[in-house]
Design a binder for this molecule. Structure first.
Ligand SMILES: *Cc1c(COP(=O)(O)O)cnc(C)c1O
Length: 376
């Protein structure tokens, strides 16, 4: 916990559950990523946390923005970003939304199918388009595979088709999966990307940009590579596959920009057992899957938890949320241990929860309010 967040909790004792984000950490994350990949333009993936305070800060730092919907585009414009700093990176868009984005001045669009490319050519004439290729998502704790992207052969065909339409075939994108700790995954995708560039060049179409996506990790329970290690791996791989003719590059960090900047404070609502023989206590918090911790689905993201009794002995627990839905169990298979001294009413902190929490929290499911958040 940063000093600033600790002071905020001490001075304000906000009602729980709530998320507190230290904007200095976000600024630091931006600077570190920029240092690690100085040639790449940063397009912050707005979905990770679209709070106006974060967007305004990043506008000031010089960031660009990757958006998935017209409202996300509007948030960025409202925060002061100009349209040339915003991409419409969702491969699944309504024609009316493409037209609206075009009217707002957006000129960089993603696609992964002929049908979507045709929509863009019709409703955003003159736009620069990039084709997303499939990745396996291997090595990622929160894979995004299958739903997005097409096979590289199809991407080649589609970008060639784009060259005959009223759009500019601009480049290739991929996303190696979120919370990707395997540095070799970018190399696999870059090898395929370079081949697409090469095949199109042979047909007279010169692509310009590689969009390296997100995937940079936040530290939860396990160690992660540093920004510098990601940067070195990606730069080596770009040189390997593109030689001296390096393309323009962009990255779309979401999680790594805001994840470690936030802490959720929660209260223990109940500690109980299912029988006298039960060897694990159930610990129910005032936040669960529907209150912002959706990434605990399949126990994919394993948050670190701090309690006021962490120097006393701990015992295994099952952690669950407060709603009347049996899916609202956070960790049952993962070996979580909490202090024997933990009591009902204690406040606990869920660390590195600045990304994918407020936006994932349900509106009044079971009467619980959406996750409150503070940006300091
Ligand atoms: C969600 C998303 C990102 C952000 O991914 P992280 O792993 O959070 O960095 C980037 N690009 C696209 C297209 C996305 O959908």
């Amino acid at each position: 916990m940063t000093e600033k967040i600790a002071r905020f909790f001490a001075e304000n004792t906000p009602a729980t559950p709530c998320l507190v984000v230290d904007l200095d950490v976000v600024a630091n994350n931006y600077a570190n990523l920029h240092d690690a990949l100085p040639e790449a333009r940063i397009f912050y993936a707005v979905k990770a946390n679209p709070a106006p305070e974060i967007l305004k800060l990043l506008v000031g730092q010089g960031s660009c923005f990757d958006t998935a919907s017209v409202p996300e585009i509007q948030y960025c414009l409202d925060a002061g970003a100009t349209a040339d700093r915003i991409s419409f990176g969702n491969t699944i868009k309504k024609a009316s939304d493409i037209a609206r984005a075009h009217a707002l001045g957006i000129s960089l669009f993603a696609f992964d199918s002929l049908e979507e490319l045709e929509k863009i050519a019709e409703h955003a004439p003159g736009a620069r388009v990039f084709c997303r290729i499939l990745t396996s998502g291997e090595g990622a704790d929160w894979p995004l595979s299958r739903k997005f992207g097409c096979e590289p052969e199809m991407a080649t065909e589609l970008l060639l088709a784009a060259s005959t339409m009223n759009v500019v075939p601009y480049g290739v994108s991929f996303h190696v999966g979120s919370q990707q700790r395997d540095l070799t995954q970018w190399d696999k995708a870059l090898a395929q990307t370079a081949e697409i560039f090469h095949n199109l060049e042979e047909k007279g179409v010169m692509l310009r940009m590689v969009n390296l996506g997100g995937g940079f990790a936040t530290r939860y329970l396990k160690d992660i590579p540093s920004e510098g290690e990601y940067g070195n791996a990606i730069e080596a791989s770009l040189r390997k596959h593109f030689g001296n003719r390096l393309p323009e590059t962009i990255i779309e960090p979401g999680r790594s920009m805001v994840g470690n900047a936030g802490i959720i404070r929660s209260e223990v609502v109940l500690i109980s057992r299912k029988s006298h023989r039960d060897d694990r206590r159930w610990v129910y918090l005032d936040i669960g899957k529907f209150g912002g911790l959706a990434e605990t689905m399949d126990e994919a993201i394993k948050y670190k938890i701090q309690t006021p009794h962490d120097d006393s002995p701990a015992e295994p627990v099952i952690l669950a949320g407060p709603t009347c839905d049996s899916a609202d169990v956070l960790y049952e298979k993962t070996d979580y241990r909490l202090p024997v001294d933990l009591r009902i009413g204690d406040k606990i902190d869920i660390l590195a929860t600045g990304a994918y929490t407020t936006t994932y929290s349900a509106v009044n499911f079971n009467g619980f309010s959406p996750l409150a958040s503070y940006y300091i």
